[in-house]
Design a protein around this ligand. Structure first.
Ligand SMILES: Nc1nc2c(c(=O)[nH]1)N[C@H]1C(S)=C(S)[C@@H](COP(=O)(O)OP(=O)(O)OC[C@H]3O[C@@H](n4cnc5c(=O)[nH]c(N)nc54)[C@H](O)[C@@H]3O)O[C@H]1N2
Ligand SMILES: Nc1nc2c(c(=O)[nH]1)N[C@H]1C(S)=C(S)[C@@H](COP(=O)(O)OP(=O)(O)OC[C@H]3O[C@@H](n4cnc5c(=O)[nH]c(N)nc54)[C@H](O)[C@@H]3O)O[C@H]1N2
Ligand SMILES: [Mo]
Length: 791
């Protein structure tokens, strides 16, 4: 694979280093439609194979049994799905197990490894190979003279970061990125450090993920979170699952879907692709089902909108409900609308003014199917709408999430059992990060409380998000970049542009567990600071420590690692933050060292600063933890009108221009964001291939493309610049015409830095405007033969 950038764009100094993410690409790619149920024995087999490969069959299973337990144990870092409320002892999934095992590997990246491999050499390795080397063991600093990472003591490492931060003309020349698995306590310290330094530059993965959900819910309901919990999922009459590949990315949701089906609830999936979760599952911890190979349906209706067509579909459903209400007053909950909402008349007018033809065209869904979905919604006493990235990573992501709320408000599906909006968050603590202060646009009230309790004077000026951080690097305005977890270089859009930005920094610092691309695409000076993983024991002066996390449904609970640390030289994330803070702020009156001795002390301060964290230390130790109050759930709306706000936004035009396709980037089954476990995507029937484009057969035919033909994919950005990937293989798939899909992070090359939503500032990762043509660069191999670039 190679990527070319627009000649108008400034080339990156080492644009030769393109992401080469795949695992073992030498094997022949295969594509065979997958017909088996999700989870069940297929998942069990895959886990066994994975545990064998990682050599974890001794420690692995024992540790895994401790995952997601109500008392003790650690929270699965795999996703943000809540733990079973009945304290289910085997509340885990294939991908969670893979994720944890990946952290628990016995392989190590030590000083000998770095001595043997210069950065220039490592830069040629695939991303899979980098992470596959195992756990980082001690702090390393980049030595430009030899192009090697060499060992450095923790003390010197902290001093290096501290002096760089102290030497800045303006604290806004630094940015502090957070990847969403950082626990609440280190999160709180991290934002405190940034604000004590004087900046709100706190970009995070949320800027690429659910920013749109937060902003929409805030505008509609006054608080940027969902209102439901698992009990609601268990009692609802209708579940609408939009834009999420649950079988791969939130597999524990499968159990909830199967149970909903079993008790007769309606389960409607809205996705351009009919994903595995929209078919059947075998519930992995239901031993009878497993033994009898008994699968349960997980869907009663599948709707395939075009990419970006969700808002039109939702508006169509609302229009149908409003039309029905003329003869059937029960179709609307007029009492709820009158009492609790604002802006209904305007919304009704917008719905009435939009023609069915327009709704069909924009959604890509025939009217009869829109009506089918509306009927399910009308007939349900209680409905939940759940969504993930298929809804958020669009130009109009905020409007679409607000349209979800509009629909819910029409029938009073809020503030009562079994009803409400339910975003599925990504990283296991991404929601907690926001709650605990990672926000480049903090509220004045939060800053005032923080300042008062912690005795600092936080800056009021808004900070930079992910995209703004990269742009500031290019302007030379951002000199120090600290990444608290994650893999910024690969996760961010416009790969060569992001690389060049990072390389322009004076210092890049990454707190990580494994070697990744971000360590190799570094600033003039660079540090790798290795930390304890979530599975590992964190021993401090007062004894063993635990940190807390908040799941998608606002439950906060403790997570306690029990494994022996991968190396004696690892520090915990809180300890690393405190070390940097002390070096950067020598005169600080914040008791950094005292906090680290006992995390209860951090929690006591958090209880004073954060809404809903009163009595934090006691409540977090309750079985299953505690739920942060969600005012909208109690029908208290912190909006200017004091009511839930209807949004009457205009319908966007999402129909691709002739000859172009709308392309969504997504995850395969065997990957965790930028971490790739293998080149397979089991539920989509793919083996040994990541450099692919899923296309509608008719779109392929029109272009003279057949299965596995090499193609060039060219994206045109808003500013007219173009970015291409060549030699990808076309795969015919059940996807609406005009739509295409492929994998992140390889395809981030196609996503221009300037193409972010004007509503959420999120990069438009699910809606790239592309052309796909037969690749001229590579001669077409005979069908089934080894494609040239993979051979
Ligand atoms: N195993 C595993 N688990 C994970 C992750 C992982 O990488 N691996 N990542 C975690 C993170 S950070 C996140 S944010 C979540 C991500 O979870 P998902 O949101 O499931 O992530 P994606 O793979 O990007 O898939 C998005 C889905 O949206 C659909 N889609 C694309 N465009 C549209 C559209 O216009 N409308 C609709 N309705 N659907 C559309 C795609 O077909 C796909 O099914 O998962 C989390 N959990
Ligand atoms: N095109 C496209 N791009 C996308 C997306 C998309 O759908 N399409 N999705 C976006 C989304 S939703 C997200 S959330 C971002 C993800 O962006 P990030 O969160 O930045 O990326 P990850 O791949 O999750 O980070 C993996 C790295 O985290 C480190 N790590 C693992 N465990 C720990 C730990 O316990 N502590 C610390 N300190 N480090 C650890 C390891 O070194 C590992 O290499 O990507 C975004 N990028
Ligand atoms: Mo995410």
């Amino acid at each position: 694979m190679n990527a070319s950038e627009d000649p108008q764009q400034e080339p990156s100094p080492r644009a030769d280093v393109e992401p080469s993410v795949g695992a073992v690409p030498a094997e022949r790619p295969e594509f065979r439609a997958y017909h088996h149920p999700a989870a069940g024995w297929g998942a069990a087999k895959s886990v066994t194979r994975f545990l064998m490969r990682e050599g974890e069959y001794v420690d692995g299973p024992r540790a895994i049994m401790k995952m997601n337990h109500e008392n003790g144990g650690f929270d699965c870092p795999g996703c943000a799905w809540p733990d079973d409320i009945k304290g289910l002892k085997l509340d885990l999934c294939e991908n969670g197990i893979k994720h944890v095992t990946w952290e628990m590997t016995r392989k190590r990246v030590d000083r000998a490894f770095f001595a043997a491999h210069p950065v220039a050499e490592l830069s040629e390795w695939s991303d899979f190979a980098l992470e596959d080397q195992g756990r980082l063991t001690e702090p390393m600093v980049y030595d430009a003279a030899t192009d090697h990472y060499v060992p450095i003591s923790w003390k010197d490492a902290f001093e290096l970061v501290g002096s760089a931060l102290r030497g800045l003309d303006d604290p806004n020349q630094a940015a502090f990125y957070t990847s969403g698995r950082l626990g609440n306590e280190p999160t709180f310290l991290y934002q405190l450090m940034a604000r004590e330094l004087g900046t709100n530059n706190l970009p995070d993965c949320s800027n690429m993920c659910h920013e749109a959900s937060g902003r929409a819910l805030e505008a509609s309901l006054g608080t940027g979170k969902g209102t439901v919990d698992l009990k609601d999922w268990e009692t609802t009459d209708a579940l609408f699952i939009m834009g999420v590949n649950a079988a791969s990315n939130a597999p524990r949701m499968l159990t909830a879907l199967a149970q909903a089906y079993k008790r007769g609830a309606q389960v409607v999936h809205v996705n351009p692709l009919v994903e595995a979760a929209a078919r059947r599952t075998i519930i992995p911890h239901d031993f009878v089902d497993m033994a009898l190979f008994k699968s349960t349906r997980t869907s009663t209706l599948n709707i395939q909108p075009r990419i970006g067509g969700d808002m039109a579909l939702l508006r169509g459903m609302a229009k149908a409900i409003l039309e029905q209400a003329k003869t059937d007053p029960k179709a609307l909950d007029q009492l709820f609308i009158d009492r609790h909402t604002h802006g209904f008349e305007e919304y009704r007018k917008v719905c009435e003014a939009t023609s069915w033809e327009e709704l069909e065209r924009q959604s890509g869904v025939p009217r009869k199917d829109i009506l089918k979905a509306a009927r399910v919604y009308r007939d349900a006493d209680r409905s939940i709408v759940s969504w993930c990235l298929g809804v958020t990573q669009h130009e109009h992501g905020v409007d679409t999430v607000r349209e979800i709320v509009n629909l819910l408000l029409l029938r009073g599906n809020l503030g009562r059992e079994g009803a409400g909006p339910s975003p599925v968050r990504g990283h296991s603590n991404v929601q907690g990060n926001r709650t605990c202060g990672i926000d480049h646009r903090p509220t004045t009230e939060f800053l005032e409380r923080l300042g008062e309790v912690c005795g600092i004077d936080p800056p009021r000026e808004h900070g930079k998000d992910t995209v703004a951080t990269i742009e500031a690097m290019h302007r030379g305005e951002l000199k120090v970049f600290v990444g608290m977890g994650g893999n910024f270089a690969l996760a961010a859009p416009d790969t060569p542009y992001t690389y060049a930005g990072l390389r322009g920094c004076e210092l890049t610092v990454h707190v990580s567990t494994k070697l990744n691309r971000s360590h190799l695409v570094h600033g003039r000076q660079a540090l790798i600071l290795p930390c304890l993983g979530r599975t590992e024991r964190d021993r401090q002066r007062s004894g063993e420590q635990a940190t807390s996390v908040e799941d998608s449904m606002s439950m906060v609970h403790l997570s306690r690692g029990m494994k022996h640390p991968a190396s004696p030289h690892l520090l915990s994330e809180p300890a690393i933050i405190a070390g940097i803070a002390r070096a950067a702020l020598p005169g600080s009156s914040t008791p950094w060292e005292w906090y680290i001795e006992d995390y209860d002390r951090i929690r006591d301060t958090m209880a004073e600063v954060l809404d809903g964290f009163e009595d934090f230390n006691r409540r977090v130790r309750l079985p299953l933890g505690f739920r942060i109050k969600q005012p909208a759930r109690e029908l208290v709306f912190l909006t200017p009108s004091g009511k839930a706000e209807f949004s009457a936004a205009a319908l966007p035009d999402v129909v691709p221009a002739p000859g172009t396709l709308a392309l969504g980037t997504m995850r395969s089954h065997d990957q965790w964001n930028t971490t790739i476990y293998s080149d397979d995507d089991r539920y989509r029937g793919i083996k040994n291939l990541r450099t692919l484009v899923f296309m509608n057969r008719d779109d392929m035919r029109e272009r003279g493309i057949t299965e596995f033909d090499p193609v060039d994919v060219t994206a045109t950005a808003r500013d007219g610049s173009r970015r291409s990937l060549t030699g990808y293989l076309a795969v015919p798939y059940d996807i609406p015409r005009g739509c295409a899909a492929g994998y992140m992070p390889e395809m981030n090359v196609l996503c221009a830095i300037g193409d972010y939503s004007t509503q959420s500032d999120q990069p438009i990762m699910k809606h790239l405007k592309v052309t796909v043509t037969r690749s001229e660069a590579i001669s077409t191999p005979p069908h089934g033969a080894e494609p040239a670039h993979l051979a």
